[in-house]
Design a protein around this ligand. Structure first.
Ligand SMILES: NC(=O)c1ccc[n+]([C@@H]2O[C@H](COP(=O)([O-])OP(=O)(O)OC[C@H]3O[C@@H](n4cnc5c(N)ncnc54)[C@H](O)[C@@H]3O)[C@@H](O)[C@H]2O)c1
Ligand SMILES: O=C(O)[C@H](O)COP(=O)(O)O
Length: 528
């Protein structure tokens, strides 16, 4: 088996390359490439490991013909076009906790640096001055810290700030009252936060809702003398308004680790403003955090490329390395069932239900659902897979229902897929043998046992003597060898189905010929 090939395209702790190699991947380390260089080489790789410098844009992803996974050694994935990656079936994963403590500590460091104006005092002292009377600071003890965003990093900042004897208030629409009590913070709305806080730190992702969350209007409503720290993402604070309000003295100090455009222009309006401090996106830059995220991203990506385990993916459900082997045969079965209904259904597929029974119902359902949808939509696109299938289904307005029934029926384990089209509802079901081999056991309510493999022919007809001979003769005359032959019927003389596997594809002319056999209702070639 050829080894998966991974590219590390940003500066990353060497532990990442070591782990990739130890886990059976070939790895190239090429930090600092231009976009054109990345586009020129990305087609060779199965995995791409990045930090924030590499921009994984649509044109990079379009050139990445083999790429299966993008791994972010860090938290923010705003440098990755996730919808485009999803539409191409590429998993995007991050390491959501590895640098949280480090970034929270940077926020605290900036609070302290602002409170005591340490950078300016340092600059002037080292320049030979002794400006003892110019740097009157403030204590943080007893002051109110307003957190905008109380997720992983915000919560750690809260605990450290409480240790510094600050009072902590937080604005986060997703913070429950119980969690606020647990964190020891007071949950407030944004208006109250800006009116009450002596220090404000931001810890949200940059989204349509959070962009410019500290707008000029909000900054003007802040308590006079507020100090603001942004270690989250540029674009959360209006940089020009910040400059104006620092100049007017309404804001006493501001510290930015992140900018709207990075790196910022040399003549950025905030540069040189008194009481303004900045660092070049250093929030995650400690030895400890970089080792954490490098180890974690390499382990997650190698696990995915080698074993199929999925951890911390942003565009597909998690699947542990222990679950992966158990789920693998189910995913093969689910994909075949999805493919079967997809090939047989006419027109659009507005409603799909995926039902699991017995052992199948006790498993993680998301990968099974993803595999059914992937099989189902293969008729629209060959590049569909478990990652992009749910996304494409949503895009097409499909309604997907999951039903679990842990009680065994006649089979120890069963997956049933039902589609509802304008012509009614059609369902197929399959099971697994004890060796994990998938087997179709039911079609449209009729019991039939078959492997879904290679080229096949589905024929529906009215049960009558001589029918099998007629079909066999037509295929024989055309020199088409029948591999397997499976029959099912609702009742004697009633609706019947025939599933054949054939050693070569059946031409349209031959299908027409079979359609003309007496009592044949439908003939459909299938491919698995
Ligand atoms: N400067 C750095 O080097 C650095 C390092 C690590 C993380 N970060 C950034 O820090 C930010 C926070 O990271 P995290 O790990 O705490 O993320 P997280 O997902 O754990 O927490 C984000 C919090 O923001 C809240 N939130 C979302 N929308 C909101 C809104 N409109 N108003 C208020 N709150 C809202 C969420 O409910 C969540 O609790 C991210 O943007 C991340 O990229 C920066
Ligand atoms: O979101 C993150 O993890 C931080 O912004 C860190 O970015 P970096 O890995 O480029 O330092």
């Amino acid at each position: 088996m050829t080894k998966p090939k991974v590219l590390i395209s940003d500066k990353m702790d060497p532990n990442a390359a070591r782990i990739f190699a130890e886990r059976g991947c070939d790895v190239d380390v090429k930090p600092g490439m231009t976009k054109d260089e990345l586009i020129a080489c990305i087609g060779e790789y199965d995995g791409l490991a990045i930090r924030s410098a590499t921009k994984v844009t649509a044109d990079v992803l379009d050139a990445a013909t083999k790429l299966k996974v993008v791994g972010r050694a860090g938290i923010g994935v705003d440098n990755v076009d996730i919808p485009h990656a999803s539409s191409k079936g590429i998993v995007v994963m991050n390491t959501p906790f590895g640098n949280s403590i480090t970034t929270a500590e940077h926020a605290i460091a900036l609070i302290m640096a602002l409170a005591r104006q340490i950078p300016a005092a340092d600059r002037r002292t080292q320049a030979g001055e002794w400006p003892k009377n110019d740097f009157m600071g403030v204590e943080v003890t007893g002051k109110t810290l307003g957190l905008i965003g109380a997720g992983n990093i915000g919560s750690i900042v809260a605990s450290r700030a409480l240790g510094l004897k600050m009072k902590v208030i937080a604005y986060d629409p997703f913070l429950t009252p119980e969690r606020a009590v647990e964190l020891g913070v007071e949950k407030v709305d944004l208006g109250a936060l800006v009116e009450r806080a002596d220090f404000i730190t931001l810890h949200t992702p940059l989204t349509d809702e959070t962009r410019n969350i500290l707008s000029r209007d909000r900054l003007e409503k802040c308590k006079k003398g507020v100090r603001i720290v942004n270690c989250a993402r540029g674009g959360l604070v209006d940089e020009v308004a910040l400059k104006d309000l620092l100049d007017s003295g309404h804001i006493a100090g501001a510290a930015l680790d992140v900018f709207e455009v990075e790196p910022p222009a040399k003549d950025h309006p905030l540069f040189g403003t008194p009481n303004f401090i900045c660092t070049p996106h250093l929030g995650a830059s400690t030895t400890e955090a970089q080792v954490n995220v490098a180890l974690q991203v390499a382990e997650q990506m190698a696990d995915f490329l080698v074993n199929g385990g999925v951890t911390n993916a942003l565009n597909m459900p998690s699947l542990s390395a222990e679950e992966a082997p158990k789920l693998k045969p189910y995913m093969a079965l689910a994909e075949k069932l999805g493919s079967l209904v997809g090939q047989l259904a006419h027109g659009d597929l507005p409603k799909i239900s995926i039902e699991t029974e017995g052992a199948a119902a006790q498993l993680n359902q998301k990968p099974i659902v993803g595999a059914v949808l992937a099989g189902l939509m293969r008729r629209y696109s060959q590049s569909v897979n478990m990652v992009n299938a749910p996304f494409l289904a949503r895009e097409r307005g499909m309604e997907v229902r999951e039903i679990r029934n842990e009680r065994e029926g006649i089979y120890h384990t069963l997956v049933r897929v039902t589609v509802e089209t304008s012509q009614g509802s059609r369902s197929v079901a399959g099971t697994l043998f004890s060796n994990g081999a998938p087997r179709l056991v039911e079609m449209f309510g009729i019991s039939i046992e078959a492997d879904l493999e290679g080229d096949m022919l589905y024929i529906s007809n009215t049960d009558m003597p001589g029918f099998i001979g007629s079909v066999g003769a037509i295929l024989g005359e055309a020199n088409i060898n029948i591999g397997t032959f499976h029959l099912g019927r609702r009742e004697a003389g009633g609706e019947a189905i025939l599933l054949l596997s054939v050693d070569s594809p059946v031409s349209a002319d031959l299908i027409d010929k079979i359609c003309k056999v007496r009592n044949v209702k439908r003939v459909q070639p299938l491919k698995f």
